[in-house]
Design a protein around this ligand. Sequence first.
Ligand SMILES: [Fe+2]
Length: 159
Amino acid sequence: MDAKEISLNEKEVKPVVDLLNNYLANYHIHYQKLRGCHWNIKGQNFFTLHIKFEELYTNAQVTIDEIAERVLTLGKPPHSRFADYIKESEIKEINTIGMGDIDMVEAILDDMAKLIELEREVMEASEAAGDDGTNDMVNKFMQFKEKTTWMLRSFAGKK
Ligand SMILES: [Fe+2]
């Protein structure tokens, strides 16, 4: 499989592939953070946030698979090792044990802001490469996080 099989220029989609792999690395660290929040949440909001974090990590899991398979569709192998994810990701791991519920929500909001920033970069690159498929896919992922950002900010009592 090569980018030319789907009428794309390999050289032109190279920046898209590289950005998608970086985005994938960031998403994996975010995914594991959501699992940690789901497991370690304590207090009055347990039932609400335990379920919400599960909903978000389930969504992230599907998203991760689509990002990786888009890299394959563009003719390259996606990163698949945690060593690469940790090395490449700008989103960092955190220890969720003993963390307050609103602190968890804020940590997830920070990740989402970073992921949205990366999505805008991917979309800029995919537009330049004429790669509408990647553009459309990432746009949908971004819209989900834009809306989730509004909801999590409302939950945390932020403006
Ligand atoms: Fe669970």
